[in-house]
Design a protein around this ligand. Structure first.
Ligand code: COA
Length: 260
């Protein structure tokens, strides 16, 4: 499928999704959120797509936030609807995908941009990246899960300070906070993400999908993560990947996982 504001290409098992509105610093308007949903959905359904990398086009921004021009005139009802729809369509959707998703943060990741990166399974930043949740400077609070995922990733006190000050942190601070896993030069950003993706692809995609479910259960209200882990662990024993993985080990050869 082709999109207006999103590019998607699959190469050697890795789907790279690029948000492509560089003149607006890749700000997320309604159309882009829908297209991203469709692109992620398409990649997740494709058995040749083992890892998804998401990044922003241009050298300046990953995503500079939700498109302010679209919601500046909204009332209470419309505001709540905007938050609920985006959360369901894109942010929760990405978090719950069983295909691993890496955010390659290539510049500003602000508001909805940082929220998008935080919905991904983990993050790698370039040295020029700047991250923040500036929503309180606009008279609103972070939406799309921002008030929930930021404290999960960096701790409550740091999240409180970032949200109250509406300030930006640089890549080094984000690394020390545990918000990103690695920092590399801008040129090295996608190659580094691809190297990590290649390591992931050597393992069982079926087991990885179940591990994502178990890890996410720890952060879901009303879910007992330990119970989810037991269930997903047990399910692995009924998969071809498990037979191949354990047989390959015992036969002292590399596993060749059939996958999903
Ligand atoms: N929504 C809509 N448009 C946005 C945007 C957003 N979140 N962020 C940037 N843009 C647009 C600008 O309006 C500008 O468009 P124009 O050229 O038609 O006027 C274009 O992108 C370039 O941005 P500009 O502000 O000129 O770049 P800059 O280098 O001076 O500043 C930022 C960069 C990121 C500091 C600044 O764009 C900014 O503060 N953006 C908003 C961040 C924010 O509050 N995000 C949270 C939204 S909930």
């Amino acid at each position: 499928m082709s999109y207006k504001n999103v590019l998607s290409k699959n190469q050697n098992g890795i789907t790279t999704i690029t948000i492509n509105r560089p003149k607006k610093l890749n700000a997320l308007n309604r159309e882009t959120i829908q297209e991203l949903h469709d692109a992620f959905n398409e990649a997740d359904a494709d058995s040749n797509s083992k890892v998804i990398i998401i990044t922003g086009s241009g050298e300046k921004a990953f995503v500079a936030g939700a498109d302010i021009s679209e919601f500046a005139h909204f009332d209470v009802k419309e505001g709540a609807k905007l938050a609920a729809k985006g959360q369901k369509l894109l942010f929760d959707f990405i978090e719950n995908l069983t295909t691993p998703v890496i955010a390659a943060i290539n510049g500003f990741a602000l508001g909805g941009g940082l929220e998008l990166a935080m919905a991904c399974h983990f993050r790698v930043a370039s040295t020029n990246a700047r991250m923040g949740l500036p929503e309180t400077s606009l008279g609103v609070i972070p939406g799309y899960g921002g008030t929930q995922r930021l404290p999960q990733l960096v701790g409550k006190g740091r999240a409180m300070e970032m949200i109250m000050t509406a300030g930006m942190i640089d890549a080094n601070q984000a690394l020390s906070y545990g918000l990103v896993n690695h920092i590399v030069s801008q040129e090295e950003l996608l190659p580094r993400c691809e190297t990590i993706a290649e390591k992931i692809m050597k393992n069982s995609s079926v087991a990885i999908g179940k591990a994502i479910k178990a890890i996410n259960a720890n952060y879901k209200e009303g879910k007992d993560g330990y119970k989810t882990e037991i269930k997903q662990f047990g399910k692995c024993f009924g998969t071809e990947d498990f037979i191949e993985g354990t047989t390959a080990f015992l036969e002292k050869r590399k596993a060749d996982f059939p996958g999903r």
